[in-house]
Ligand binder design. Structure first.
Ligand code: NAP
Length: 323
């Protein structure tokens, strides 16, 4: 191959597909989204807040002039807005600050995204539904049971009101590469699964669809790529894993994935009392994205093995001995 042609091809290789801004890039989902766009040759700017990480920009989303300045400077083609307060119990206890982040900051981001012509993907939750009449389509009527769901729904409304081309992507409970197992409502169960000498009660009432963050990240990338070709892509979308499980069943599947016993786990079939109310079965109908040819689903056992093997006690022990 002539030398000149080779050089041109190499240079073509490094031209990014576009600029993407990712808020909450230190979070469970944001880290996966950051990696997905980076691996697919996008120029990525990720923001953090309290966690200092190399290559990420510290940004308080409540500081609207800082947000406006950063967006105006970077001029992203796409913004994936992952930052939020997503712990339902914390939202109940700190409703004002949670609303400022989940609603106020989302509204501001929607306005500045519109001003620079960026495609905004606002990550929302299946908790906008009450879970009494699944599955839920993108146009099903939401009815959040807790304050977290209410702030996420209000965030959706202000985003769509202030940015006509924006997308809302609702997802259910997430798991993935965690920094600590408490980081996800799914992975947190691994401690109880591994300690098989102690019996553990597990909720067997609420229906869940554990969803791998790498799959959601891929869906965000596919949506961004599609949007660049077809500006009519906008509005509400759903993405979800398709394995329906209670927490008890998730714990058993985790045990199965690591070849561990599960006879110490006890299913509790009663609706939890006294806790922040949660929907019984907020199953998301994903047909709108599927019809566009967008999607990715990793089987739960494969995804959870990939995510949790560093936390396997037996393996840690082996590492201590051999390294
Ligand atoms: N996790 C789930 O199971 C789940 C389920 C359904 C929907 N969702 C939605 O998915 C999205 C991502 O959730 P996640 O689990 O990845 O959340 P997460 O792990 O709790 O991460 C939250 C992110 O928000 C950032 N942040 C917090 N306050 C901020 C502020 N004032 N300014 C700027 N950034 C701020 C955090 O930055 P620092 O850490 O640097 O402070 C962190 O990067 C959220 O919209 C959530 O509602 C999550």
């Amino acid at each position: 191959m002539p030398e000149m042609l080779m050089e041109v091809e190499e240079e073509d290789d490094v031209v990014p597909n576009g600029r993407v801004l990712i808020t909450g890039a230190t979070g469970l989902l944001g880290r996966a989204v950051y990696k997905e766009f980076k691996d697919n040759n996008w120029h990525v700017l990720g923001t953090s807040y309290s966690r200092l990480r190399p290559r990420l920009e510290i940004l308080n989303l409540l500081d609207s002039s800082a947000v406006n300045g950063l967006v105006q400077d970077f001029k992203p083609h796409v913004i994936v807005h992952c930052a939020a307060e997503r712990r339902p119990d914390i939202v109940e206890n700190q409703p004002d600050s949670a609303a400022m982040l989940n609603v106020g900051a989302s509204e501001n981001l929607a306005k500045v995204a519109a001003a620079v012509g960026a495609f905004l993907i606002y990550i929302s939750s299946d908790y906008v539904f009450d879970g009494t009449n699944p599955p839920y389509k993108t146009d099903s009527v939401p009815n959040p049971l807790n304050l977290y769901g209410k702030t996420k729904l209000e965030g959706e409304r202000v985003v769509l009101q202030n940015n006509d081309g924006a997308a809302v992507l609702r997802v259910p409970v997430l798991y993935g590469d965690v920094e600590k197992i408490e980081e996800s409502a799914v992975t947190i169960m691994f401690d109880k699964v591994q300690h098989s000498n102690k019996s553990a009660n597990m909720d067997h009432w609420q229906q869940r669809f554990p969803t791998y963050v790498k799959d959601v990240a891929s869906v965000c990338l596919q949506m961004a790529e599609k949007k660049l070709q077809d500006p009519s892509l906008k509005g509400i979308f759903h993405w979800s894993g398709n394995e329906q499980m209670t927490k008890y069943e998730i714990a058993c599947a985790m045990a199965d994935a690591f070849n561990l016993p599960c006879s110490h786990l006890r299913p509790i079939t009663d609706e939890p009392v006294g806790a922040t109310p949660r929907p019984w079965n907020p199953q998301l109908d994903c047909s709108r994205l599927e019809a566009l040819g967008i999607g990715q689903r990793t089987p739960f056992r494969a995804g959870i093995r990939e995510s949790l093997w560093p936390f396997l006690v037996e393996k840690k022990w082996q590492q201590t001995i051999f390294h």
